[in-house]
Ligand binder design. Structure first.
Ligand code: 3PG
Ligand code: MG
Length: 403
């Protein structure tokens, strides 16, 4: 397969699938990380003397409109994103108001070297998510080289992310620089990890993380479990977790994971204690408790100091670290300490030579909030895609270009 950096885009019109699915409200982008992450790919094509047609989805328009009839497709427009991109690239960016009509095709065909066109939200078309081959073929006409740089959407077998690739011959379908970087970082952790390899898994629900934990049992030496999901493990072992979050239908499975880990010699670290609160609110009364005995009426909203100390020690001794999911409700100041502790430990391990990969929306938001993004080895732009990669699944967006 051709590598992106060796391909000269001079005279080519590159059709680039990016993931510009960024948080946006009333046209205001609150985090442009994913847009910035695609800039090196776009810039290289322009510097070579090529032109660029960018396509992305934004949100889930049809599903959201079905839930909230006051919304319309216009609420999901990529226009503000095209305008923001224009500022970042310091050049004019054209915008096609309909990704699938003749006007878009004409605008693409008229692009000159160095020019950029952004297409309107691909998901205005239901064909996109259906992976419709006809729609994919229509999109394919917009460029003569296909570049997939949308790691964040690589787990979707949609028209623009996967199905489209078969319309381009080998050598004319490539991964962009972001995709290459993401895959390299993820591969290093999953297939080339130096030991000890610690996976830090947090978040609210065990059910979302079963597959990743099972797959990591084959690779990691240590698995740290924090966040709301930890209480299901404690309750499964007969502890009183008060009013903490729990998935009662997963108790059996939690015990199975613990015994599988034991059989494989993987150390599972559960938090010994919690910061507890009398309600789920920023102004709740707080206290601390050991996790085998949380009083009724109280819920754990962050890991406690004992857990912080113990987890930090494990992290600091690691050579490879994967972090997915926060330790507590870090969005509220009083429940951010545990997540911050982990961020500090990951940063310290990294400065001592460990390779650390942070991914999944909330843990990325946390490292950004605490200012640790440049103190870890790699911050992924993937949420669901990164999770599925570490579950051991083949990502359709990657497979399609490789085939
Ligand atoms: C994401 O942010 O998860 C990706 O952009 C994919 O979006 P989706 O989950 O709506 O398919
Ligand atoms: Mg998603």
């Amino acid at each position: 397969m051709n590598s992106f950096k060796d391909f000269s885009f001079a005279g080519h019109r590159a059709l680039v699938r990016v993931d510009f699915n960024v948080p946006i409200k009333d046209g205001v982008i609150s985090d442009d990380t994913r847009i910035r992450a695609a800039l090196p790919t776009i810039q290289k094509i322009l510097d070579d003397g090529g032109s660029v047609v960018l396509m992305s989805h934004l949100g889930r328009p049809h599903k959201e409109i079905a839930k909230k009839p006051e919304l319309t497709l216009a609420n999901f427009t990529l226009k503000p994103i095209a305008e923001h991109l224009s500022k970042l690239l310091k050049r004019d960016v054209k915008f096609a108001v309909d990704a699938g009509n003749d006007e878009a095709l004409q605008m693409a065909q008229e692009l000159k070297a160095g020019e950029v066109l952004v297409l309107e939200n691909l998901r205005y078309y239901k064909e996109e998510e259906k992976g419709d081959a006809g729609f994919a073929e229509k999109l394919a006409r917009l460029g003569d080289v296909y570049v997939n740089d949308a790691f964040g959407t690589a787990h979707r077998a949609h028209a623009s992310t996967a199905i489209i690739a078969s319309n381009f011959p080998a050598g004319k379908k490539l991964f962009g620089l972001l995709m290459e970087g993401e895959v390299k970082a993820a591969e290093q952790v999953l297939h080339n990890s130096q030991k000890p390899f610690t996976a830090i898994i947090g978040g609210a629900k065990v059910s979302d993380k079963i597959l990743i934990i099972e797959n990591l049992l084959e690779r990691a030496t240590d698995i740290i479990i924090g966040g709301g999901m930890a209480y299901t493990f404690w309750k499964a072992q007969g502890c009183n977790i008060g009013n903490s979050l729990v998935e009662d239908d997963r108790l059996e499975m939690a015990l199975e994971l613990l015994s599988k880990a034991k059989a494989k010699g993987v150390a599972i670290h559960l938090p010994a204690d919690s910061i507890i609160a009398d309600k789920f609110a920023a102004d709740a009364q707080t206290s601390s408790a050991q996790n085998h005995d949380i009083p009724n009426g109280w819920m754990g909203l962050d890991i406690g100091q004992m857990a912080c100390d113990m987890f930090s020690k494990v992290v600091k001794e690691s050579k490879t670290i994967l972090w997915n999911g926060p330790m507590g409700v870090f969005e509220m100041d009083r429940f951010q300490h545990g997540t911050k502790c982990i961020a500090e430990a990951v940063a310290e391990a990294t400065s001592n030579g460990a390779f650390s990969l942070v991914g999944g929306g909330d843990s990325v938001a946390a490292v950004n909030k605490f200012g640790f993004a440049d103190k870890v080895s790699y911050v992924s732009t993937g949420g669901g895609a990164l999770l599925e990669y570490f579950e051991g699944k083949e990502l359709p967006g990657i497979a399609a270009v490789n085939n």
